[in-house]
Ligand binder design. Structure first.
Ligand SMILES: *Cc1c(COP(=O)(O)O)cnc(C)c1O
Length: 407
């Protein structure tokens, strides 16, 4: 089966991937989601939409991003295993998130909406969406907890420079959850002229489907590029998993190939609840944020507190398609700790001249672990973003990395 057949078959018309996914919504939002679903299903087959998206990817985003062979790093790790990177860090604005934000912006434009909104935690999604809004000439409002506004000053500044209205949410704990609530309220009131743009392959149908459709260009390009460079397919394909957008985009084009596929979740400081965000590893089935998937729960069954050194990975659930792909046995999920991610961050910087995002460092850490174990394999890692955003924090907390220099 070609992977395109898989894409056609999943999700089903109710947005289900097996038992996962769906849309669990307050009744007042049902018409809005139906409008988006219907419009998307029409537009995604329109040659005008597809041609325009291709032009944007090439001329504005700088796609295709390259695949790069880490020769020095592979050699240092024993030389049996060869590590390759898909360089999403070279995508405009520094990460894969722009892939789905440009798609969502174009959809808003085709639907005749004049405004896009979202919430953001660390600010990465906010910046990507603000970039799309500026490109398309759409109004943009980003909700952000007051605590995060203070912590993520550089991203707040970037959004403002791009012309976005950043709303600091000061109720409750003043973090991501309250920002989600505020953005939802805005959407309920304004859905006639506004689209809510979700920042990962999560949320109610059709978002997990749309986001993965906008992201699988990553895996499509990488598969062709890798084949062109080596003459064969990689043995292992891996990516970090927060909500699951960069990973699903990387994985799906390999789904019918004889390739091992591994998603890497953040183990943070350890296995205690609240010390990690390894939803697939420690979670169980449940409904949150409008969809059924695997999630981390506290004793009361509410979303558990989560932690990772990479703030883009600290989400207590995971996209429904990942839950499905694990259930059918196609994709495996493993973990990498803060410490391993920091080690990978410094080693890629020092030995290849590429500073990776702390999120992406988790996937690289997993590949490095296998290489170090002496495995003879070709591993393709999705380097989802660049680490410029992380350097100040890393230096403050871990110094300049002397400790991580040796193999
Ligand atoms: C947000 C982010 C992630 C995590 O999000 P996914 O939806 O799981 O891809 C990973 N890497 C980078 C660079 C990010 O900004």
């Amino acid at each position: 089966m070609d992977y395109r057949t898989y894409l056609k078959n999943y999700p089903d018309k109710d947005g289900k991937f097996g038992k996962f996914g769906g849309a669990y919504l307050p009744p007042e939002l049902e018409p809005a989601m139906k409008e988006i679903t219907d419009a998307y299903l029409t537009i995604c087959h329109s040659s005008k939409f597809i041609t325009e998206l291709r032009r944007i990817r090439k001329e504005f985003q700088g796609r295709p991003t390259p695949v790069y062979h880490c020769e020095r790093l592979s050699e240092k790790l024993g030389g049996k295993c060869q590590i390759y990177l898909k360089r999403e860090d070279l995508n405009h604005s520094g990460a894969h998130k722009l892939n789905h934000c440009m798609g969502e912006g174009l959809l808003a434009k085709f639907l005749g909406k004049k405004r896009i909104i979202a919430e953001t935690g660390a600010g990465q999604h906010g910046v990507a969406l603000a970039t799309a809004a500026a490109f398309f000439g759409l109004e943009c409002t980003i909700y952000m907890g007051e605590v995060d506004v203070a912590k993520q000053a550089p991203n707040v500044a970037r959004m403002k420079v791009l012309g976005t209205n950043v709303v600091s949410v000061s109720r409750g704990q003043k973090t991501l959850k309250e920002a989600v609530d505020a953005a939802f309220e805005d959407y309920c009131e304004n859905y006639k002229d506004t689209i809510y743009c979700i920042g990962s392959a999560v949320g109610p149908h059709p978002f997990p489907m749309m986001v993965r459709d906008f992201q699988y260009v990553v895996g499509e390009e990488a598969r062709e590029q890798f084949k062109e460079m080596t003459g064969f397919l990689p043995d292992v394909v891996t990516a970090c998993v927060g909500g699951g957008s960069n990973s699903i985009g990387m994985f799906l084009p390999f789904i019918n190939d004889p390739v091992e596929i591994v998603g890497v979740e953040p183990m943070g400081l350890g296995e205690k609840t609240g010390d990690n965000a390894a939803s697939m590893t420690y979670g169980s089935e449940g409904i949150m944020h409008g969809f059924n998937s695997i999630m981390l729960k506290d004793e009361k069954g509410e979303p558990a507190p989560v932690y990772s050194v990479a703030s883009g990975l600290d989400y207590p659930s995971v996209g429904p398609e990942h839950a499905f792909l694990r259930e059918i046995g196609r994709v495996k999920y493993d973990v990498a700790s803060d410490e391993e991610a920091i080690d990978a961050f410094f080693k890629l910087s020092r030995y290849e001249g590429i500073i990776p995002a702390l999120e992406s460092s988790h996937a690289l850490a997993y590949a490095m672990r296998r290489a170090k174990a002496g495995e003879a394999a070709f591993i393709l890692v999705n380097l989802s973003g660049r680490g410029d955003k992380d350097v100040d924090y890393v230096i403050e907390k871990y110094g300049t990395g002397e400790k991580y220099k040796d193999f």
